[in-house]
Design a protein around this ligand. Structure first.
Ligand SMILES: CC(C)(COP(=O)(O)OP(=O)(O)OC[C@H]1O[C@@H](n2cnc3c(N)ncnc32)[C@H](O)[C@@H]1OP(=O)(O)O)[C@@H](O)C(=O)NCCC(=O)NCCS
Length: 223
């Protein structure tokens, strides 16, 4: 039920609404993105195992078996690479971005991302790409690189929207984004985003503990 007539201007008219992704509305203007560490190994594994065969094909370039997924998660180089995630209110990972830092002189990073179907179309993939670009830039890298199937319409849209140079070769596409040098603003942006993600995580964690305590009289382990 609307409390104001349709024609009457509301006090918030003209302002972008703040919509968090787990409310399942679009578009998400704030996406609480948080760095992920080895302590989230179980959630990472659950996220990737929840991908369908088709999605595994799109994400990894082949229909990775459960075993290959386990090996992939075990092989993540926490500390060298950067993993970012978006948690839902059950503290499951709705989305994961992996920024693989290439060793040597190339000064580039490779971006890979997956968003579970219930979180798609809310701008989460786009925001994770933007966060990855800021991170790579702040690490002094010159290029963010991405590979996907040429049939991956959603990923290509994200790449083009970000201004990546896109090269199609047969069924595969490679895309490159030249990164500007880091500056005070880019570090501040990263700090603010991490704080938002951390506060969101603490809030959801506290709510979860309260719910468990209220329902069962005891708390369960959340991570
Ligand atoms: C690709 C993926 C990460 C996109 O995540 P997402 O959170 O839905 O992305 P966004 O909401 O930020 O943007 C997707 C855009 O593509 C559009 N889109 C979706 N499907 C599309 C299609 N088949 N063709 C063209 N555009 C498409 C959406 O409408 C949206 O555009 P909009 O913002 O203008 O509405 C997600 O679909 C996914 O996890 N796919 C499986 C794994 C994968 O493909 N990973 C990429 C390989 S690295």
């Amino acid at each position: 039920m609307s409390l104001t007539p349709d024609s009457a201007p509301t006090p918030d008219a003209g302002r972008t609404p703040v919509v968090l992704p787990y409310f399942n509305q679009a578009p998400a203007s704030i996406v609480p993105i948080r760095p992920i560490g080895p302590e989230h190994h179980a959630q990472l594994l659950r996220h990737f195992l929840a991908l369908s065969t088709d999605d595994r094909y799109l994400r990894f370039g082949y229909a990775a078996s459960d075993e290959r997924i386990r090996a992939y998660v075990d092989s993540i180089r926490f500390g060298q690479d950067e993993i970012f995630g978006v948690f839902n209110r059950k503290l499951d990972l709705l989305a994961v971005a992996h920024i693989a830092i290439e060793a040597g002189q190339t000064q580039r990073a490779e971006f890979g991302v997956s968003v579970l179907p219930r979180g798609r179309g809310l701008g989460i993939g786009t925001r994770l790409f933007a966060r990855a670009a800021v991170e790579a830039r702040n690490r002094g890298l010159r290029e963010l690189y991405m590979q996907c199937l040429s049939s991956n319409g959603a990923m290509l849209k994200i790449a083009r929207r970000a201004g990546m140079k896109v090269h199609n070769e047969g069924g595969e596409t490679e895309a490159y984004l030249e990164l500007p040098e880091d500056n005070y603003q880019s570090h501040l942006d990263a700090l603010m985003e991490n704080q938002t993600g951390q506060i969101d995580y603490w809030f959801k964690s506290a709510m979860r503990q309260w719910r468990c305590f209220w329902l069962f009289g005891r708390c369960t382990k959340t991570a």
